[in-house]
Design a protein around this ligand. Structure first.
Ligand code: PLP
Ligand code: SF4
Length: 362
């Protein structure tokens, strides 16, 4: 038994996984198998008042709770203002505004020519190759579509690749999900190869939060496979400076050493990172681990996320302060995704009328 290692875990996590060895902890499959999910695990992490238990059950039925032991160990479960806790802890407000907002504000369903593929911009397409994620982020844009364990079948994957091969305008395929890194390395390899074989596909991109929430997933085998499919870019999502840990930094380092550029898109979230100081700290630390801050996303008007959405005027003020103080490599583009043809728009270019359009009910 490795006492030193267990001693480093916070007491709540130690109480749940008292006998875990360091080797188990660093194994991504162990992390997934021991993920904290459902009402029972939730009530082991924090006290849910009796009158709320039923509403929580209803809530989890609609929007599940799930977090890796690793990410759970970064959270202060007793602090209601903890910025990492806010990203993972279900909130009854998620089901309070059920009818008020769209399940699919970006009209991704309409831009889906074959199941699992989103083709919204002429020269790049998104392939949703996994419905699973290591965690269940409360702010997820796809929170109304994610359903556990429903990854595309080999036939669906083939149809996606066929669609891309019939469209020479597509030069970049963005492999996303869910989280594509939850696939086994061999399955991911096959899938990347299927897109890579298409002559007009110049570049691949992977969208994954694994380096942040399941950094042990980035093992030597994965890095070697990704390296073999270069040019390949990896885009992840760091939302708070505390997510930059020795483990997540090591995962990024491993990717960088395999020749995979790593970038991050941060979601602007109320009570998580909605101050200029927090974001400046995050972006500067990302630069230190050589991860390029790519986008700062204004949280989409997705049903069940309103309590986490900052107001656009506030976002603008923060970004103005960042623009004045940050170096170019520490300043992502602040964008808001508009429905329809407009797509991602820099907030700085947004006319006030559009801002009202974006959040009609705020
Ligand atoms: C964001 C997005 C992309 C990628 O856009 P970039 O600006 O290249 O990052 C592609 N397709 C869809 C549907 C998107 O939402
Ligand atoms: S990891 Fe990404 S896709 Fe998965 S729940 Fe979080 S934000 Fe959504």
């Amino acid at each position: 038994m490795n006492r030193t290692f267990q001693g480093q875990l916070p007491s709540k996590i130690r109480a749940l996984f008292g006998r875990v060895t360091e080797a188990q902890w660093r194994n991504w499959r162990w992390q997934l198998r021991h993920s904290l999910a459902g009402m029972e695990d939730l009530s082991r992490l924090l006290k849910i008042p009796d009158p709320d238990v039923r509403r929580y059950a209803e809530l989890l039925n609609e929007y599940p709770f799930r977090v890796t032991p690793y990410f759970a160990s970064l959270i202060d479960w007793d602090d209601s203002r903890d910025p990492l806790r806010r990203q993972m802890l279900p909130d009854v407000r998620e089901i309070a505004d059920r009818k008020a907002e769209s399940r699919d504000p970006l009209e991704e369903n309409r831009n889906s020519p074959v199941s699992g593929l989103i083709h919204r911009y002429r020269n790049r397409a998104v392939a949703l190759v996994s419905e699973r994620c290591a965690v269940w982020c409360r702010h997820c844009t796809r929170k109304n579509r994610l359903r556990p364990a429903e990854s595309p079948t080999p036939r669906e994957l083939r149809r996606m690749a066929e669609y891309v091969s019939r469209h020479p305008s597509i030069r970049e395929v963005i492999v996303s999900g869910g989280d594509p890194l939850l696939l086994e390395t061999e399955a991911l390899d096959r899938l990347l190869r299927a897109f890579r074989r298409i002559r007009h596909v110049e570049v691949l991109r992977i969208g994954t939060r694994a380096p942040v929430v399941l950094p042990m997933r980035v093992d030597a085998g994965l890095a070697a496979v990704l390296e073999s499919h270069r040019p390949l870019w990896l885009n992840t999502q760091f939302n708070h400076p505390r997510e930059i840990t020795p483990e997540s930094a090591r995962a990024c380092e491993r990717l960088l050493k395999a020749g995979i550029p790593v970038s991050s898109q941060t979601v602007l979230l109320k009570g998580v990172n909605d101050t200029a100081n927090t974001l400046a700290d995050l972006f500067n630390r990302l630069q230190r681990i050589m991860v390029r801050p790519y986008y700062l996303f204004h949280c989409d008007p997705v049903r069940g996320t309103r309590h986490l959405r900052a107001d656009l005027q506030h976002g603008r003020a923060i970004y103005k302060a960042l623009r004045a103080s940050q170096g170019g490599l520490c300043l992502p583009q602040y964008v808001v995704d508009m429905p329809g043809r407009a797509g991602k728009m820099p907030v700085e270019l947004l006319a006030p009328a559009r801002m009202i359009h974006h959040e009609p009910r705020e």
